[in-house]
Design a protein around this ligand. Sequence first.
Ligand SMILES: Cc1ncc(COP(=O)(O)O)c(C=O)c1O
Length: 447
Amino acid sequence: MLSRKANKDSHGQDSSYFEGWQEYEKNPYHPIQNPTGIIQMGLAENQLSFDLLEYWLRRNSNTMALLKKDGVSAFRELALFQDYHGLPALKDALVKFMTRMRGNKTKYTSDKLVLTAGATAANEILMFCLADPGHAFILPTPYYPGFDRDLKWRTGVEIVPMHCSSSNGFRITREALEEAYQLGQELNLNIKGVLVTNPSNPLGTTMTKTELIHLLDFAIDKNIHIVSDEIYSATVFDSSSPTTTPFISIMEVVKERNNNNLNNIRERVHMVYSLSKDLGVPGFRVGMIYSNNEMVVAAATKMSSFALVSSQTQFLLSNLLSDAKFTEKYMEENQRRLKRRKEMLVRGLRNAGIGCLRSNAGLFCWVDMRHLMRSDSFEAEKELWKRILCEVGLNISAGSSCHCSQPGWFRICFANISEDTLQLAMQRMKAFTNSIFSSANHIIYNM
Ligand SMILES: Cc1ncc(COP(=O)(O)O)c(C=O)c1O
């Protein structure tokens, strides 16, 4: 009955990532109405700083509710506006916001920016612009489960996994890049580029300068594109300790490294961003592509017709982002809250005998539960994931749904629930690990 595309299973909806959500929907935790329900820890949402946004809205309610511009109603103008170039005021506010948030190291300009309905649309549009069906992009694993849908489903583009390992903290190496390229060639795929998330979802880490340079050199050598999804760039809550890396955008590295524009690399580097995570407004659907390549900007702008941001939302956010004093304060406070939450999660897990990858960004931790599995296999990972979902009542994401090549890693989100709920989740986890550790027949792996 449906078209081949509509039926195509590359959407990825059958992964445990979505299965966990369905179970959660059937039995969601509520402190009073359903205290034994499932706690949602598989959702990378930032709900920690709504009070700050609401405070700004209250202060500006007259202008925002009546859609006023310089004291005069802009209602008619906004109701009619449907230009796919987007509101100049929003684009201007966005580039200034990014320039400020990224420490004024690169000056972003609005002629290189294409507005899209979230990063989801931005990533798909870039695939449509850079690759044909059957072409491929290399993605370091583990990666955000939504990429199977966003990059592959409608475009027909393939993903070639680049396997990163816990032995070096899942860092990108030149060898791993070469191996993935080789794999693509063996599969007869035309590799068009590498797509990374920096900071990483699901690792919660920022890429080091060395990694970024490997990536850039690789793209120069192979004459391919780089897409850097930087949707978590302002969630970086720790950049000063000696063991953490401050956030470095790919745009900064290109500018620094490539004075002579080797092999036209500048035109093959594209950045994706959105306000879904940093500002915690995924429902507003505000994202973008930022590229030095005029042809990509022109093609993506035309394609953005299918993924426009409502002019009312553009109006609201152009006002909010132009308030530099507010956004700076917001980001500072939001990062402080994220750090506190992340530390709560790490402490709670440690107390339950579970460790995490050291991280400094994002809305989640990458958690090592290899020692809780019956064997070192993906079957055992699935079994453990199911027990945590059904017996413990926590929906977390199994590493296999992020295409991790080593079984036993899980992504746990910490910014979409209250502190009390997080504490309860940790109590449940501790009771669970106690029962495992005390059971005589459990074999402890990798302790
Ligand atoms: C790395 C990454 N890219 C893109 C998205 C989609 O974001 P948006 O809500 O802006 O479409 C997400 C959401 O979780 C993500 O983690």
